[in-house]
Design a protein around this ligand. Sequence first.
Ligand code: UT7
Length: 357
Amino acid sequence: MAKNAVITGWGCYTPSRVLTNADLERIVDTSDEWITSRTGIKERRIAGDGETTSTMSVRAARAALEKAHMRGQDIQQVIVGTASPDYLFPATACLVQSEIGATRAGAFDVEAACTSFISALAIARAMIVAGMIENALVIGAETLSRLLNWKDRTTCVLFGDGAGAAVLEATNASVGIESTVLHGDGSKGELLMVPAGGSKIPATADTVERGLHFITMAGGEVFKLAVKSMADAAEEAIAEAGLTLDDIDIMIPHQANLRIIEGVGKRLHFPPEKVFVNIQRYGNTSAASIPIAMCEAESTGRLRRGDKVLLVAFGGGFTWGASVLEWFGAHDGLRPPSRLERASRVLEDVVERVRPS
Ligand code: UT7
C-alpha cells in the first residue's frame, strides 16, 4: 500500500464575465467603498449562459489532467466538492466523470460548503492510503451566482463562481499530504443556509415567491466563528503533521473575507507575506476558492517544490478543516507517470510485505 497521496496535477477555471463593485452599485444599494473596506473584494466572476458547476469542473479537471500527464481513463475516482451542484442528483462528479471519459472511475459529490475541497481531499487521500485506489481527481466548484438573491445586498456582493481541480496520486516518497483535520457543528447550520429546495421544504411556487431558495446568512455571527475555527484547525493540522508554524512556507486560506483572513493570520501570529490572497478578483467562490488560489499561487511562483503548504477553510454547516502538505508539483513536466512506474510501486509494496521484519 502507498504511504501517502501527492498532488501531481492542478488546474482551475473561472468564467470570463467579470462583475465589478461598480456594476453592483447599479444593482443594489451598495458602494465600492463598503464592499472593499468590509471584504477586500473588488470584482468576482459570474457563470455565463450554459456554464454550470459541472462544465466549469470539466475545464479545471482537463487542465489538472494535462499537468499530471494523465487521461480521463487513468482516473480511478472523481470527487466533486460543491454546495451548488447541477442537480440534487445525479452527482456533479458523475457528469464530470462522463464528460472527461473517466470510464473506470467511481464518482460522488461531497457537500461541506466552503470546506468541501479540503473534505474531498481528505477522503481521496484516505482512499489512496487505504489501498482502494491509486489516484483521484478532486474538484472544488461552485455556481453560487444562481443561489444568490440579487436584491439582498448583504449576500449578493460576496460570492463568485469558478472551479479548481487537483489530481492525487499514490506515492511511497515522503512528499504530499501530511495531515488533514475536519470538524463540524450542525447546531449552527441555520446561520448560513439555503432553506428551500431540499426534502424538508420542497420547492413550490410559494417558496420561490418568498425567495427561500436563495442563500441566507447571519454575516456577523459567521465572521466571528470563522476566525477562531480556522486558526484552531490550522494549529491542529500543523501539529498533526509534526511541524510548527515556522515550518509553513505558505498559507492558502479559504477566501471568504480579507478581514477574516487577516484575523486568522493575527491570531496565529503568522507573517502576512506568507498568506496567499486573491479574494479581490474572485470574491468568495466557496469550495472552489482554495484550489483556484492554489493554482494561482503556483503559476505566480508563490508555490514551489518542497514548500510546506497550509490549506485552511471554514463554511456553512458549520464545517471547518485544514490540511498540511508538501508541494511536489508536476512530474518534472517531462514525462507521464508510466505504467512501469505504477507497476514498480506495486512491486515495492510486495517487497515491503515479504521482507522479514
Ligand atoms: O465562506 C464562509 C461564509 N461567509 C462568510 O465567511 C462571511 C462572513 N461575514 C462577513 O464577511 C461579514 O460579516 C460581512 C461582509 C457579511 C458583513 O460585514 P460586517 O462588518 O459584519 O457588516 P454588518 O453585517 O455588521 O453590517 C453593517 C452595516 C449594516 O447597516 P446598519 O444596520 O449598520 O445600518 C448593513 O445593513 O452595513 C450594511 N450593509 C451594507 N451596506 C452597503 C450590509 N451589506 C451591505 C452592502 N453595502 N453590500
